[in-house]
Design a protein around this ligand. Sequence first.
Ligand code: G3H
Ligand code: 13P
Ligand code: ZN
Length: 349
Amino acid sequence: MPLVSMRQLLDEAAKGGYGVGAFNVNDMEQIQAIMSAAKETRSPVIVQASRGARQFAQDLYLFKLIQAAAELNPEIPIAMHQDHGNSFETCKSAIELGYTSVMMDGSLKEDGKTPASFAENVAVTKKVVEFAHDRGVTVEGEIGVLGGVEDGHGAGGSGLDHITDPDQAVEFAELTGVDALAIAIGTSHGAYKFTKKPDGSVLKMDVLIAIHKRLPNTHLVMHGSSSVPKDLQDVINQYGGKLKETWGVPVEEIQLGIRNGVRKINVDTDNRLAITGAIRKVFAETPEKFDPRDYLKPAREAMQKVVAQRMTQFGQAGHAGDYKAVSIAEIAKGYKDGSLSTQPLVAAK
Ligand code: G3H
Ligand code: 13P
Ligand code: ZN
């Protein structure tokens, strides 16, 4: 199957009432791990690359690897997504490369650190929507700001600093015409999200539910959604790592989100933990080894295991064969003739 529009993938997920994991990639082994998990669980999937990933791997290497993944797995719908685009130019370059979806994260200014004003966010997101939809490409926007900093991206501070206001979410969706909406509900990127198992005082599922009530048909996106499981932390620490005690987003909270309009769930950190733990184990147990395949293979397998587990937990497992890819040209026509709506259904307060 050619790369599919993320809009199609999320519309199908909404029909089926499930969520779709969006997994970050930087190299071939991560892409292979995701594809093996998707094949194993028969899941549609979103593969995403941050600006840092595009720089690390170089655009063309990464994109050709994704094309290889699509060619080798014709039965799996794959959307290729730019994660946290910081400007119109970043999104435009991803679209020109062939990405089928972009996130314009206008919640922060172009430096990826300073919170932007509502007006600035609307203006840049709208500009990306016009450019992207003309070409059949999906757009995710963000309203509210996540906590933490990842690879220089993020406002820092606590996840509670800039929780999304439901009224602003409605206004933002109406003004921009985005296909998917990332909201801030207290999560942050990276391993250190919460100092104990999160409850409603730090993980604002009530805000998510309030937004879903106002925007019942909008595809919501949860960032910073790694669960940071203790067993993955333990492997790293058992073999010489030094992770401090920490908690992520419990899977049951994500599942509550999925029952309330969440269609895309971003996971990177859990895979990083799995890879690092597996590599540390090989280094510690067999220090005489030096063939990279001796540690990259278990690392890839450890990531596949986490991804397959999430695919099952999010409900996307078993849905790969539900539909055929609509071409990106057809999707572009849909945006033009209005058959693909860009105006949200808004429910009264
Ligand atoms: O946005 C956060 C993702 O985990 C990507 O992280 O910017 O370090 O590649 P990165
Ligand atoms: P985690 O750091 O929780 O995996 O979040 C990843 C993310 O939101 C990528 O955009
Ligand atoms: Zn994110």
